[in-house]
Write a protein that binds this ligand. Structure first.
Ligand code: FAQ
Length: 311
């Protein structure tokens, strides 16, 4: 772009305006947005798998209906995000191709297994809780289509979070075995949830630039702290113990002190070596391949209708 275009871009960003698809933008800004939005979209659709695993085994009809609706919402979030990414000049097909060939990522959290029913509650409470903490600031992201998609997604995620909390509350008020199952789920999901926020700021590749561009509004560490501050009192209400002996309120800081997640584990999981990476990708690619006839039929139907409209 020209210097003039660049000045116009920064004038919008610096005045907290929104960049729209037709505005000139630096190529690196466009690339960063495509990376983050695609990764986010991929996370939504891969994220359907761990909970989808429990749809046929939900403990009651009511729980099953709720879980089905939640997993459908996640498919919807993926669609809003792919559509928002398409405004940057990439196609959804291409983005899926990049996912399927390991050239783009999805969130580390979805590479962990859902071993019991309590895991479904823990995902809603912790994973959706972390997602909201990270995504509410994205409603003020400098790229208009992404920011607007986030508004609706955050409303739905906050319902998902309460759903998970309520499912866990039911278990913690149940039998000793049910309570133990809820505690075990918290023990396994706590640190992977903290890792969702990404590496510490000092090791974060993109944070400084993304904050300069108004894509990210806060660093990874600040959002992780916010999540701990929000979640610790909720664990008390549930009567569950967060698996961190050093977690305690620090009056001076006005925040909870806590133990950081194992970032070596995060990088291992991101690079493909988590407990379920292979299974998640195989399932995704198989679903895509088996769904080819649906895409072909939809395209043929659209072409037929277009032809009819012409006649
Ligand atoms: N997993 O320089 P940074 C959901 C990568 S919620 C995998 O700090 P950035 C809802 C990062 O891409 C989950 N990769 O990166 C739901 C970068 O890689 P690269 C999805 C990670 O972008 C709930 C490198 O490490 N939410 O789906 C992770 O500035 C329940 C260096 O990191 C979003 O995607 C990780 N945890 O900050 C669905 C939110 N952390 O490209 C179903 C939007 C870092 O250099 C059920 N995304 N990496 O090779 C963001 O806010 C940001 O992208 C961050 C990372 C904060 C995730």
């Amino acid at each position: 772009g020209t210097d003039e275009q660049e000045a116009a871009f920064y004038a919008i960003v610096d005045s907290d305006g929104r960049i729209e698809p037709r505005d000139a933008m630096p190529e690196a800004y466009r690339k960063t947005l495509i990376r983050q939005m695609a990764q986010h979209a991929h996370s939504e659709i891969i994220g359907m798998q761990p909970e989808g695993n429990w749809i046929s085994r939900a403990p009651s009809l009511r729980r099953k209906a709720i879980l089905l609706a939640k997993v459908q919402d996640e498919a919807g979030h993926g669609l809003y995000l792919y559509a928002a990414a398409e405004t940057l000049g990439v196609s959804r097909d291409h983005l899926l191709e990049l996912l399927h060939t390991h050239q783009q990522k999805y969130s580390s959290i979805f590479n962990y297994p859902t071993l019991t029913w309590a895991d479904v509650g823990a995902i809603g409470w912790l994973v959706d809780g972390a997602a909201i903490t990270n995504q509410v600031p994205l409603t003020r992201c400098s790229y208009g289509p992404y920011a607007r998609a986030m508004v609706r997604i955050c409303k739905e995620e906050s319902f998902h979070q309460r759903q998970g909390f309520e499912a866990l509350l039911t278990l913690t008020r149940g039998s000793a075995r049910q309570k133990a199952m809820a505690q075990d789920a918290l023990d396994r999901w706590w640190y992977p949830s903290l890792a969702m926020f990404g590496p510490p700021d000092r090791e974060s590749t993109h944070s400084d630039q993304s904050m300069r561009w108004g894509i990210k509004r806060f660093g990874n560490d600040e959002l992780r702290q916010r999540f701990v501050d929000m979640t610790a009192p909720q664990a008390d209400v549930l009567g569950l113990t967060i698996p961190d002996p050093d977690l305690r309120w620090n009056d001076e800081r006005g925040h909870y002190d806590f133990t950081q997640p194992d970032f070596d584990e995060l990088f291992r999981v991101i690079s493909g070596d988590g407990p379920c990476n292979r299974q998640r990708m195989e399932h995704r690619v198989a679903a895509h391949t088996e769904g080819a006839w649906v895409r072909e039929a939809a395209a043929a139907y659209a072409a037929k209708r277009a032809k009819r409209a012409e006649a």
